[in-house]
Ligand binder design. Structure first.
Ligand SMILES: [Zn+2]
Length: 333
């Protein structure tokens, strides 16, 4: 019998197991093109889990998805994952959407901004004209080269967790941004308690995560994009309503990344294509004719295999990212 798991967000037991995987499979899913490196990360995953398997659950009340063991990846796992030089994206849809929200916020001359997981500071550069005092822009980042680049750009950056930050003597922030980081974190209660301490009444929290509604559909098609322990949580707008209610934040708005239909289809089909061992072999063939013949053949076969996905992607709200704007309700404790 499968044990019922309590949802870490809403505590409901109306959770169901979506899929299970072992460290070997998790390793080959997060590093599909390098067997040696995949084996290395699998060993790290196994020692993190202290188990030979992990399950992914979905809550039918708040629609949060979560890994069990509910344990986020550690430094060893991320350094095995980013074994190749990693380049941070310089622009993202969520940056523009966040700037739109911040430009409508009621900021003062001494308003402070914090970005958690700031990469190489691309967003900080974009948003800095909206913050009058550049010294009041703070950030966190774990990657060493990322921290150096952010500091070179003239922003404060710490290699600390949110809870460590909340214990420090930083100012209260009027704007806190987190782009594609919350899905990597476990213990959301601690995360939101810390965010509460870092914010003021009326503070804006802007969070972008992968679109959980889309990923729930992909799971039903047998395509699992949230691979623990890299992604230990999955969010929908309902999840944020619950988190907000629990921790004193009001959901002021949610938006889904707008993307053209053909872009979404190509992204999905080619992601599947590059995961086929056969396609990686034919792509290495020196003969162009062979490369193109198998590429088009496999793309057609994948399109037929995943026809329900191709139809689903016609619906609105099926873009890659979900952005949520929350506002702090109570006086911080
Ligand atoms: Zn729940």
């Amino acid at each position: 019998m499968i044990a019922k798991r309590h949802c870490p967000v809403c505590n409901s037991t109306h959770t169901r197991r979506v899929f299970a995987l072992d460290p070997g499979l998790a390793g080959s899913m997060v590093i599909p093109d390098n067997p040696g490196q995949s084996l290395k990360i699998s060993k790290e995953i196994e020692s993190l889990w202290q188990s030979d398997h992990c399950e992914f659950y979905s809550c039918s009340q708040c629609r949060y998805g979560f890994a069990w063991p509910y344990t986020a990846g550690n430094m060893e796992i991320y350094s095995a994952l980013y074994y190749r030089a990693f380049s941070f994206p310089s622009d993202k849809w969520e940056y523009d959407r966040a700037i739109e929200i911040i430009s409508h916020a009621d900021l003062r001359a001494d308003s402070a901004l914090l970005e958690i997981g700031a990469g190489n500071g691309s967003f900080l550069e974009k948003v800095s004209p909206l913050i009058q005092d550049r010294n009041r822009i703070h950030s966190t980042e774990y990657s060493g080269p990322g921290v150096e680049e952010i500091q070179r750009k003239g922003f404060k950056c710490y290699s600390k967790s949110i809870s460590q930050l909340a214990e420090g003597d930083l100012p209260r922030f009027d704007v806190i941004c987190m782009f594609q980081v919350l899905e990597h974190m476990d213990d959301l209660d601690l995360v939101f308690q810390s965010l509460g301490k870092l914010g003021n009444r009326g503070s804006n929290l802007i969070v972008a995560v992968p679109n959980g509604t889309l990923r729930r559909f992909y799971d039903r098609m047998g395509v699992h994009l949230d691979v623990p322990p890299i992604h230990v949580g999955r969010f929908t707008p309902e999840t944020f309503q619950w988190l907000g209610k629990k921790h004193g934040w009001n959901v002021a708005g949610t938006s889904i990344e707008p993307q053209k239909y053909l872009f979404k289809v190509k992204k999905f089909v080619f992601d599947r294509y590059w995961r086929l061992r056969f396609s990686r072999r034919t792509e290495q063939s020196g003969q162009k004719l062979i490369v193109y013949f198998f590429r088009y053949l496999l793309v057609i076969l994948l399109s037929i295999r995943y026809m329900p996905v191709l139809i689903y992607l016609l619906l609105p709200g099926t873009g890659t990212s979900l952005l949520v704007h929350l506002q702090r309700l109570n006086e911080p404790r």
